[in-house]
Ligand binder design. Structure first.
Ligand code: GLN
Length: 303
């Protein structure tokens, strides 16, 4: 298969969707991003990388960071995190407060905000800085030592983080935070504010398509842990649109409100797409369309 040709074709095919949806203006700094951009990259298990469109423009990875924070907690700390967070789809928006109270402060899964705040809290306890731990993992896997958080985005989110602050305070009231709320929130927004390109993200995600083996050949996760992260991405990675994403794309995937999505074809490749316009559930409209196109054309799906 000529992957480069395929990606160039997909860039053309999704053009009608580029600019559709809305940029995430609840984080003011993200509201200023030009929605008429689209990029796609693939990093194969064998080490080849293909890109097309705006694949070299850095964007805010936001909730995509939640996958990497979870991977690090599982790698450094084992399965203990699963006592503090469930593994069920929530069927609710990513920043919803509703279930958290009725389910006694145990978030539905690690990819909605409440669950990711718990994971970042644990990563903060284990490493001293969730944001730096995630950043260093990204640098190692991409070989790009310039990967860093955009501090304007982090500050912009922190100033407007009333929702996440309420989730964190509620978690603390249930005894499900180990660190002070302010420290956890700071670390969480800093991790979300990492700026990366599609190409960076495809490279960083590749270990999930390689049974847990990282770029330098060392093992980050066991094959069983890798399988499980991919399973949680499939069922929970795109929030209350996870069913629709599985239906259209058929791959484990994780989205962020910066407009990025990463997806994993186990044992083959990692794919990253980016376009800032979001649909109702906070997933990139053109990004989902591109992944739909990709799995339809290649047949590379888990189903
Ligand atoms: N879905 C997302 O990307 C949300 C991440 C964002 N930092 C938030 O907490 O609201």
């Amino acid at each position: 298969m000529d992957i480069q040709n395929l990606l160039d074709d997909i860039v053309g095919a999704v053009q009608p969707h580029v600019g559709q949806g809305n940029v995430a203006d609840y984080i003011p700094q993200l509201g200023a991003v030009d929605p008429h951009q689209f990029g796609i990259s693939i990093a194969t298990r064998d080490g080849d990388v293909y890109s097309s469109g705006d694949a070299h423009v850095p964007f805010s990875i936001q909730s995509i960071s939640k996958v990497f924070a979870l991977a690090l907690v599982l790698a450094f700390d084992g399965d203990g995190i699963w006592k503090r967070v469930f593994r069920e789809p929530s069927g609710n928006p990513f920043n919803s407060l509703i279930q958290l109270e009725s389910e006694d402060g145990i978030p539905r899964n690690p990819f909605i905000n409440a669950g990711a705040i718990v994971v970042s809290d644990r990563l903060l306890s284990v490493t001293g800085s969730a944001a730096l731990a995630v950043r260093d993992l990204m640098r190692r896997e991409t070989g790009n030592s310039t990967v860093a958080a955009d501090h304007y985005v982090a500050a912009s989110e922190l100033r407007n983080s009333h929702r996440n602050a309420s989730l964190a305070h509620f978690l603390a009231s249930c005894g499900n935070l180990e660190n002070p709320v302010e420290a956890v929130l700071e670390s969480y927004v800093e991790q979300c504010a990492l700026a990366m390109t599609c190409e960076d993200l495809a490279l960083a995600t590749r270990f999930l398509a390689a049974n847990g083996v990282g770029a330098d050949g060392t093992r980050l996760l066991s094959p069983a842990q890798t399988k499980r992260i991919n399973a949680v991405m499939l069922t929970c990675g795109t929030y209350d649109a996870a069913g629709e994403f599985a239906y259209r794309v058929g791959l484990p995937g994780k989205s962020g409100v910066g407009g990025g999505i990463v997806a994993v074809v186990p044992n083959k490749c990692a794919i990253s797409v980016w376009s800032p316009g979001l649909g109702r559930s906070g997933n990139s409209v053109a990004g989902v369309a591109a992944l739909d196109e990709f799995t339809t054309r290649t047949g590379w799906s888990v189903f």
